[in-house]
Ligand binder design. Structure first.
Ligand code: AMP
Length: 588
């Protein structure tokens, strides 16, 4: 692996790279930077966002332009305002020691006069969205007749968004002998035709395989009745208490509707689509970055600019019209070395699309069942138990301990634990106690899941945070327990813990093995759980007893999933109120 020095970058850029904390060049940087520095060549790079492609074209451009000149020498076209600003900011960071550098962003929805003023000061690099750029060219507010380098970033998206004509018009105002560097996540024929039309003998580089989704992302699909789509979405969110996700809808209307319903139902959700004003979009993105929003419901176009590294889940509430768009969606998760899950909620009529996507991403989907109500209750309970276990004691409580102890004088430890956890559990239980099975079988019927009496379901205290997905956890368990291919099944990985099943005859072996088992210096704890992972019936009955423990302080009863009565919209006004879902605490 080469270093940034070995790529041939100058001292100013290396200095900035040290400040940024970049240790080694990424794959796209290693492949692109040396060629772009050494030669005046066109380039086609197949690379997704998150691979470091901005620096791959940014460093060579910054090194090659003449900073002492005020002429515009570099033009970068990108599909959205968000991306445009993001690239501008990155370039400013990379060029912070290049004295006299002026990078200007040009995009719609902001003052043309102000942008023209910035350009007039002498911008060596202009980063622009195609629509506003074309507008400013026609008003002679920007001169790109002397540029030496042009970049088409996220070319496939720009074409998806209908910018073909704008791009060709803009390029017609640039010199013939400039170098053009095209970056795209996918290579549909429209992009290939742009490359053919505007580029001469380009060097081609590929990071990962064309159209292939990153290895960090696992793909799952859930077959439901179309009318249960929204309930399924809520269950997926509830089954993943620490979810931080983008939920994709096909239209602006659906995006707004789903976000509104989620907010009404007490989720930390927000909508992002083109009908919102720029100000509203900025506010939503700010809340998302701060993690005040856990579920960002977005259209494909609006989500283009999302540059957030730790998204845990992408949920395809509806599949995109163009299946190639799936790669963009799923690429929002599994970034910066983290793992992620891309979930698709599909109705029977769309299942064949899954097969087409598999061919494009060259990866298999796992068909999963929508978690049952009791599975969700269990996940929520174990998540809370883990949080309590890992919580640092706040000694500000100490002065009140005597009074609390007095109150619980006659309560033994077991009872106290039960009461404590009932606070949260009862809310989820009441909500889900009469919930139906949402998964439908391949034949389209609602599926009544078979529960084998010979299966055992286990809880294990490792999860996604430890770098596992269902496949790697299954492999790990099979390896350490020396089990066969199908001995471990129904593996369900959550953030800090997971579940899996084996046949009952393996129970002793599994539990014996995990007594005192340490991995990476940490005890791995495995316990048998009551839930079988596929049906709630037995547990439901057992847990009903627990309802008598319902703490008096429970805030408000809410309707069950099965009820059709809609609540009034007051929950939206008071986002801290409990609405018709079992709320989890808000994230900070
Ligand atoms: P991009 O693919 O250009 O959107 O980059 C994704 C993120 O990776 C940005 O936040 C960059 O600042 C960061 N980045 C780019 N190159 C490197 C590198 N070599 N090492 C670490 N982070 C990087």
């Amino acid at each position: 692996m080469s270093t940034f020095q070995e790529l041939g970058l100058n001292e100013d850029l290396l200095h900035a790279i040290t400040d940024l904390g970049f240790i080694a060049p990424s794959e796209v940087q290693q492949k692109a930077i040396p060629v772009l520095l050494e030669e005046e060549r066109d380039l086609v790079a197949l690379a997704q966002t998150g691979t470091g492609k901005t620096a791959a074209f940014g460093f060579p451009m910054l090194q090659k332009i003449d900073i002492n000149s005020r002429t515009t020498q570099g033009l970068i076209l990108s599909p959205t305002r968000e991306l445009c600003l993001q690239i501008t900011n990155e370039l400013k960071l990379y060029g912070k020691y290049c004295k006299g550098l002026n990078v200007v962003a040009i995009y719609g929805g902001a003052s043309v006069t102000e942008q023209a003023k910035q350009i007039k000061k002498g911008a060596q690099i202009v980063v622009a969205t195609p629509g506003r750029m074309k507008d400013m060219i026609s008003r002679k507010l920007v001169d790109i007749s002397k540029i030496q380098y042009s970049v088409l970033d996220e070319a496939d998206e720009m074409l998806n968004m209908g910018f073909y004509e704008d791009i060709t018009d803009i390029l017609a105002h640039t010199p013939m002998d400039k170098s053009t560097w095209l970056f795209s996540a996918t290579m549909p024929k429209e992009v290939a035709s742009i490359a053919k039309k505007f580029m001469y003998d380009p060097i081609e580089i590929t990071v990962g395989n064309i159209n292939e989704s990153t290895n960090q992302v696992s793909h799952e699909y859930y077959l439901v009745n179309g009318r249960d789509r929204y309930l399924a979405l809520k269950r997926l969110a509830d089954a993943n208490p620490d979810i931080f996700s983008v939920v994709f809808c096909r239209t602006k209307r659906d995006t707004q509707r789903v976000a509104e319903k989620l907010i009404e139902d007490g989720y930390n959700a927000g909508a992002l689509h083109g009908d919102l004003s720029q100000n509203q979009r900025d506010l939503v993105m700010k809340s998302f970055r701060n993690k005040q929003i856990q579920m960002l419901v977005a259209t494909d176009v609006a989500a283009r600019g999302i540059d957030v590294d730790d998204i845990t889940h992408v949920i395809n509430y509806q599949l995109p019209d163009e299946i190639e768009t799936y790669t963009h969606r799923s690429g929002r998760t599994g970034r910066a070395g983290k793992t992620g899950v891309s979930m698709v909620i599909v109705a029977k009529s769309e299942v064949r699309k899954i097969k087409s996507i598999e061919r494009i991403i060259k990866k298999q989907f796992e068909k999963k069942d929508i978690p049952s109500g009791m599975e969700i209750c269990e996940v929520q309970l174990m998540s809370l138990a883990n949080k309590v276990h890992n919580t640092e004691i706040n000694h500000e409580i100490d002065p009140f301990l005597d009074s609390i102890n007095e109150l619980f004088e006659d309560t033994d430890k077991n009872e106290l634990i039960k009461k404590f956890f009932s606070v949260e559990f009862t809310r989820f239980f009441n909500y889900y106690k009469d919930s139906k099975d949402l998964t439908v079988s391949d034949s389209g019927e609602s599926k009544t899941r078979e529960q084998s009496a010979d299966e055992v379901r286990y809880f294990i205290n490792v999860g996604r945070k430890d770098g596992y997905d269902w496949m790697s956890l299954k492999d790990f368990l099979k390896a350490v327990l020396e089990l066969g291919r199908d001995d471990v099944f129904k593996v369900d990985v959550k953030d800090s813990f997971s579940f899996f099943n084996t046949e009952k005859e393996l129970q002793e072996k599994v539990l014996n093995f995990f007594t005192d088992f340490k991995y990476n210096g940490r005890f791995v704890n495995v316990e048998v759980t009551e839930n079988k992972g596929r049906s709630g019936r037995r547990d439901r009955k057992r847990s009903k007893k627990g309802r008598n423990d319902k703490p008096r302080s429970e805030r408000r009863s809410r309707r069950s999933e099965g009820s059709s009565k809609r609540r009034s919209g007051d929950a939206r006004k008071n986002r801290h109120s409990v609405s018709d879902r079992p709320r989890r605490s808000r994230r900070k």
